[in-house]
Ligand binder design. Structure first.
Ligand code: NAD
Ligand code: UD1
Length: 363
């Protein structure tokens, strides 16, 4: 079975490519490398080999010297280009990761976000229809849930009231996909709502590569920890990484800091493999949470990172970040029931693997 991954060179796409290869699938990656590096292509192959060589189950008889993966450099908004990819490959299903994802940037450049995220989806849908490929997994986000819900969030929790253009693009794309699935019953679409993906592949070969100063907690912790001794590729880290800023300790949570549902990116990637099978036993468009159901606070993250990796993570408490809420975590029951999938890796795995990737990058 051949799966097309748009944005397959990115953080979640690259890990999904590895899981698909290790599961015996053929993979086609399309990426414009706007938020990734072409060197990821080779590292996906190396990480897949690393993983397959450790796999106990050799029933799949995967030819390690010829892993079935093809890489295309191009933009999903370019219909002629996408059409050529479909003509050259018999695609069975698509996972649409491609998109811009920085919340703050989306406030500054809303048009770029609407253009890229909506534009790429509309072009992709039309090309898929032309080639009669109607199985699609879409990278949605917990950000589509309205901020006034009770926790945990299930798929019937209220959506909308997004606080930024990035969130609205995810919300709007979900609507578009639902409308299309209503109009044409041949579609099978999974709207996977990710919670907070963190960590990296256990090989240390692929991981998260945020552009510029990271906004998200885990990549920031990694940089602060690296600043305590390591540099990134020989560069000394800037002053902004001397301490982590903990955004508020006066939330109504167990230690006053924000609580989130962190999920290991390898678990998330496996959720996509499970969703590919789901597409074959389902029709219509269905939203499904991919989270662990377990919330951890900022201080849980900092302390576990420091303990597991034996590296200091200095921090200071500052004011709340605008737009943040006290806690967000999933009810993951639907994924367990429908995808026959649940997260298996814990917080210690997440912080160990995130740091393992950072250390390897600094070597
Ligand atoms: P990423 O930026 O690492 O990966 C996205 C990839 O898409 C990048 O390699 C980028 O170069 C590529 N891309 C962007 N626009 C493109 C276009 N028009 N044509 C071709 N390629 C294009 O991001 P990620 O963390 O891997 O996220 C993947 C998807 O999951 C995104 O849609 C994101 O919004 C969504 N998501 C991510 C998170 C998260 O915390 N990482 C949470 C919820 C949802
Ligand atoms: C972010 C995105 C959200 C996206 C989600 C999952 C923003 C505003 N929101 O939210 O759209 O769906 O990631 O990818 O970017 N924190 C600190 N110090 C830091 C960074 C974060 O204390 O330097 C705290 C935050 O206040 C929060 C927690 O750590 O309590 C997690 O923050 P973050 O990683 O940015 O994720 P989300 O807030 O869930």
């Amino acid at each position: 079975m051949k799966i097309l991954l748009t944005g397959g060179a990115g953080f979640i796409g690259s890990h999904t490519a590895v899981e698909l290869l290790a599961g015996g699938f053929e993979v086609v990656v399309v990426d414009n490398y706007s938020n990734s590096d072409v060197s990821v292509n080779d590292r996906i192959v190396q990480a897949a080999k690393w993983q397959i060589s450790r796999q106990k189950d050799d029933k799949l008889k995967i030819d390690m010297d010829n892993l079935p993966i093809t890489f295309y450099y191009g933009d999903c908004r370019d219909g002629m280009f996408l059409d050529s990819v479909f003509r050259e490959n018999e695609i069975d299903a698509v996972i649409h990761f491609a998109g811009l994802k920085a919340v703050g940037e989306s406030v500054e450049k809303p048009l770029a976000y609407y253009d890229n995220n909506l534009g790429s989806t509309l072009v992709l849908l039309n090309v898929m229809k032309d080639h009669n490929v109607k199985k699609l997994i879409f990278s949605s986000s917990a950000t589509v849930y309205s901020g006034d819900n009770k926790m945990p969030l299930d798929e019937n929790s209220k959506t909308g009231n997004c606080t930024n253009p990035y969130g609205w693009t995810k919300y709007m794309i979900e609507e578009i996909l639902r409308d299309e699935a209503l109009a044409d019953k041949e579609w099978s679409i999974a709207l996977l709502r990710y919670f907070n993906p963190v960590g990296a592949h256990a090989s240390g070969l692929i991981g998260e590569e945020p552009n510029g100063i990271p906004n998200n907690l885990m990549p920031y912790i990694c940089r602060v920890a690296a600043g305590q001794g390591l540099g990134i590729r020989g560069q000394k880290l800037g002053k902004e990484y001397q301490k982590l800023k903990v955004f508020g300790n006066d939330y109504p949570t167990k230690d006053g800091t924000g609580v989130r549902d962190y999920i290991h990116v390898v678990d998330l990637a496996k959720g996509h493999v499970a969703a590919v099978s789901y597409l074959y036993r389902h029709s219509g468009a269905e939203a499904i949470n991919l989270g662990t159901g377990q919330g951890y606070s900022v201080l849980d993250m900092v302390q576990t990172f420091a303990k597991v990796n034996d590296v200091p993570v200095p921090y200071e408490i500052t004011g709340r970040r605008a737009g943040d809420v006290a806690e967000v975590y999933a009810n993951p029951a639907k994924a367990k029931k429908e995808l026959l999938w649940q997260a298996e890796l814990g917080l210690e795995d997440m912080v160990r693997d995130a740091w393992g990737y950072m250390v390897k990058k600094c070597e």
